[in-house]
Design a protein. Structure first.
Length: 666
């Protein structure tokens, strides 16, 4: 928040607090049974236990939510400072067994996957019984390709049911899946295949997204020119396109699976055996190959699925995140399947064939929980409310993830999408945390637009003074967000670079897990994520959060997206520069720019007023939709030749347009 260090003002000024929203009455009335916790007080009680007696708390949950082939003896060992945390030792389990078999045994006809193809109407359902057979057959194929326990397998697949089959087949045989988002270029794919030392790649002939065809296999072929260690490529036929198949290396999925029986005995894995690797989005620099363990990760996914999203038997869960990101791992695949419900796998985009696509899917499949990133919500809000014509009356939970959600967008989500009947859960977490760490529990936690609210079980947040490294106690304070205790689903290492893991997360402030994000804790102990610490702007000693200034700008009716960076200033140390995208047809002139500045002055204060405002056609975003402020910072500093790694940008051509705008306006 925007107070000078010595100021005694509240960290969240009155004007920003839109009020507290309690779990909607209609959500509770239309509930299939009732939320898993009876009250907010029960959360507080359990939360306290999860911090003071973590071993007792987690042992009970691990036995309740996961099925073990061998029970564990030691709940937790290791520490943050030593970077050797391990959970549920001596225990053994298998991820695919937990996600598939146990539900298939009970009810093979229950729907596991609702596949919504790019073209409306072309999808299909996959039952738990079918999923068990598909996963088993593919497990045989991988074994026959020489994949062994502990090997990594690169998965470069679009959002089709086979992506889930591939992840689970890996876990069934104890292989480590390494999913690479299928929107990445051949260079990015190559880097990840090489870094993970994968010898097998699973892909498709082509992808289909937003009515367009994507030459997936072609990209793989290009990447593999520089991956000498890859022995085999398994190709799923999605479109039937005429593609190049390298003899001896490339194999057709459908031909291989026909050779094998439809049951494969799951391999018992030790709790700490790695389940997967996943590269971070690359918002702040070179992506890191984050490694997650089997038991701890699964427990985090199941626990948050149950308590954050209020998952109950018979629910139909729709997470719009791609399986190429952590959100897709934890909330398209693992959480819903661990809990035995139906998960929607959506191949397309929210804009195809029109801006009603998400809402049509929710309506048609009677979706109960929907989970998406603010970047998609901003796009849909900009498109206009008339697209959201559906009733969507089964929705109980509306989740948000990936970036701070501005209050303006939060309220739109609540009113227009949820019609006041569903609870908004702004879930804060990272690839490295494995599952939600600061988040409301649907049906239980009161919420405030713009705040991710309170810590999840086992998460003990601390706000740290960035200069002294000391913890800041009490409420109405802000600092760097860190965690004081290990939790089961935290990442165990960075693949092949444990030193980087220690330096990035555990040795920045010794004894804490460092998130890299700034946060405020308000007078009621609610957390407000302020964006990356590196993105903080310091004007005359006021530490300003980019998220907050951006949220203020978005309150202006013409602005659809905003990004704020600091630029060196002789007088004030740093000055605020803002980049904004505006509604189509908006006429840009000085009067309007002035309005934008006034908006920030009024909303936060004169010291936060942007010194320059650049109106740009689009902002630089990662492929997961996050704004890459470090690129904007380089541009305003005149260091366009030092942009660093921009391979994770979704549309690199916006950079040139932004540079042009900045030059023109100077
Ligand atoms: P890299 O680590 O490579 O720079 P990244 O941090 O963008 O990439 P992710 O792990 O996908 O990769 O994103 C985690 C980050 O996303 C968090 O550290 C935080 O900055 C942001 N974030 C996620 N959820 C929220 C949220 N609900 N509110 C605010 N910020 C969020
Ligand atoms: Mg990160």
């Amino acid at each position: 928040m925007s107070v000078s260090p010595d100021s005694s003002a509240a960290v969240v000024p009155e004007a920003h607090v839109v009020g507290t929203y309690h779990p909607p009455k209609e959500m509770l009335e239309n509930h299939p049974s009732k939320p898993h916790l009876a009250s907010f007080e029960e959360y507080q009680k359990l939360y306290k236990q999860s911090i003071t007696e973590p071993d007792v708390f987690w042992a009970e949950r691990a036995r309740e939510l996961l099925s073990w082939s061998k029970d564990f003896q030691t709940v937790h060992s290791g520490s943050l400072v030593n970077g050797d945390n391990a959970w549920f030792l001596e225990g053994e389990l298998n991820a695919s067994y937990n996600c598939v078999d146990r539900h298939a045994h009970k009810d093979p006809n229950r729907v596991a996957i609702i596949y919504e193809a790019d073209e409306p109407g072309e999808g299909r359902n996959v039952t738990y019984g079918e999923l068990l057979r598909e996963v088993s057959k593919l497990a045989h194929v991988l074994t026959n390709l020489g994949v062994r326990k502990g090997d990594t397998v690169a998965i470069y697949l679009p959002m089709i049911p086979e992506a889930i089959v591939a992840l689970l087949a890996c876990s069934r045989i104890g292989a480590i899946h390494s999913v690479v988002f299928a929107g990445f270029s051949s260079d990015s794919l190559r880097d990840r295949v090489v870094d993970a030392q994968s010898k097998v790649v699973i892909t498709t002939d082509e992808g289909k997204r937003g009515g367009k065809l994507i030459g997936t296999k072609k990209i793989v072929d290009e990447a593999l020119q520089q991956c000498p260690d890859v022995r085999n490529v398994l190709v799923y036929k999605r479109t039937g396109a005429d593609i190049n198949m390298t003899p001896g290396r490339d194999l057709w999925w459908h031909e291989e699976v026909e050779k094998y029986p439809a049951y494969y005995t799951p391999v018992a894995m030790a709790s700490e055996d790695p389940l997967f690797l996943l590269y971070t989005s690359g918002s702040t620099g070179k992506p890191k190959g984050v490694a997650h363990s089997t038991a701890g990760y699964l427990l985090g996914a199941a626990m948050t699925g149950k308590y954050v999203f209020d998952i109950h038997d018979g629910d139909r869960y729709f997470c719009g995140g791609d399986v190429g990101w952590i959100t897709g791992h934890s909330y398209v695949v693992y959480a819903p399947l661990l809990l035995g419900i139906s998960t929607v796998v959506f191949e397309g985009t929210p804009a195809y064939p029109n801006f009603s696509r998400y809402w049509d899917i929710i309506e048609e499949h009677k979706v109960t929980q929907f989970y998406v990133a603010p970047t998609a919500l901003r796009l849909l809000k900009r498109a206009g409310d008339h697209h959201v014509r559906n009733e969507m009356k089964h929705l109980r939970v509306l989740g948000s993830v990936g970036e701070p959600i501005a209050a303006e967008v939060w309220k739109w989500y609540y009113d227009v999408v949820g019609k006041g009947r569903a609870q908004i859960c702004d879930t804060y977490w990272q690839t490295e945390t494995g599952s939600n760490v600061i988040t409301p529990l649907a049906g239980v936690t009161p919420t405030k637009p713009g705040s991710a609210s309170l810590p999840f079980f086992g998460i003990e947040p601390a706000l740290v003074d960035p200069v002294t490294g000391e913890e800041i106690h009490g409420n109405d304070v802000e600092g760097v967000l860190a965690f004081k205790q290990a939790w089961p689903s935290m990442a165990r290492t960075v693949w092949g670079a444990h030193k980087r893991y220690m330096e990035t997360y555990l040795h920045v402030y010794k004894g804490f897990y460092f998130t890299g994000d700034g946060a405020a804790r308000d007078h009621e102990g609610f957390y407000w994520i302020r964006g990356r610490v590196d993105d903080v702007v310091n004007v005359s000693g006021h530490r300003l959060s980019t998220a907050e200034i951006e949220a203020a700008l978005i309150e202006h009716h013409s602005i659809t997206e905003a990004a704020v960076v600091g630029v060196a200033d002789e007088l004030t140390g740093q000055a605020v520069n803002a980049f904004v995208a505006v509604k189509e047809g908006t006429e840009i002139n000085d009067a309007l720019r002035k309005e934008f500045v006034t908006q920030v002055r009024r909303s936060i204060g004169p010291f936060a007023a942007p010194k320059a405002i650049y109106v740009v056609p689009d902002l630089p975003k990662t492929r997961s939709g996050k704004i890459m402020r470090r690129i904007l910072r380089k541009i305003v500093a005149g260091e366009e030749d030092q942009l660093g790694d921009i391979t994770t940008l979704s549309d690199p051509s916006v950079v040139a347009k932004i540079i042009e705008t900045v030059h023109e306006q100077r």
